[in-house]
Write a protein that binds this ligand. Sequence first.
Ligand code: SF4
Ligand code: SF4
Length: 362
Amino acid sequence: MKARILNRADVLKIVDQLRQQDYEVIAPFHGWGRDTFFDTVTDENRERIELHLPNPYYPPKRFVLPHIERLLKVRRANGGIQIEPTYEEPKRAIFGIRSCDLAGIYHLDRFYLGRDFRDIYYEKRRRNLFLVNLVCTDPDRDISDECFCVCADTGPAARDHFDLQLMDLGNEFMAVAGTPAGEALFASPIFRKGGVEHIQKRHTILTEVRKRFKTTTSWFATTIRCVSQGSVSERTWEEIGNRCLECGGCTYVCPACTCFTVSDRPVAANEMERVRIWDSCALSGFTRMAGGFNPRRTVHDRRNRRFFRKLAHYFIQRELSMACVGCGRCADVCHGDIGMPSVVEMIRRASTEVDKHERVGY
Ligand code: SF4
Ligand code: SF4
């Protein structure tokens, strides 16, 4: 991939370039206290864009898959019914998307675009999305105790699926083009060719940054085996399920969760709209069928589906990765401490117990 160097003072000129090309640019900002968020860049807030900050609790997933999105309008008129699909096709750029969230969008791509049926609503939003990945290099601000992208094979530096990648080298930044559209930005005079020393610095920084990760779920392989084989005991799933308060937080903050429900609602006397809304496997209504029957009535039964969906070999084979990108958000928000790293550890512990009484004998 082609790389260029630019001065630190010029980094936000990339935002300006994208805005001049009519992109709505979304970038990370700092709110009050720990609060951080992605928002649209305007002339007023452009100077407040933050390059290094704690990971926003809400990933930028909503800019390609909104929480709630109208799919179509239905109108009663002239004695008949008119149906009007309502597509949105914004020209958007996400500046400063982290490697884990980038992998989350790639995961959505495989779910919504990679199979027999392409989701036309997702496709239209995704078509003009320009992604500027920012490598997490600040050990204090970028990386929290819950981050584990190193174990999910997604970071701290994304390998692909970005248009442009930026990495902080100190007084300078390295820019790497991932697509022809990203490379086209290099025509700007703010970019120049770098030397071997820049590549060396990149390696040194990444080596150091990797040492900062505290959550290392090196037991993923064991957990994937146990979940795929169905060898996690009912008792372990109950232990996990008993700690779930069914708030849905883990799924709403997850950049790799894909589930939604569809609902119709009246908006005027002769008009209704059909909307798509994020759904959560943690909620009891998720599997409730017409007539009221719910095949997954108990909480632990719903929790095991979440982890089956994220870790089972069947899905990994189908989607070429597990459905967890290691952002650590579920660990951050869960009241019951059953975010992904804790569950991996609980299953690991339970499997060690089983292995202690190995099935070898004479
Ligand atoms: S965040 Fe925790 S408590 Fe809330 S639904 Fe998810 S697992 Fe349950
Ligand atoms: S399961 Fe948890 S750690 Fe993994 S991607 Fe989702 S929110 Fe992040």
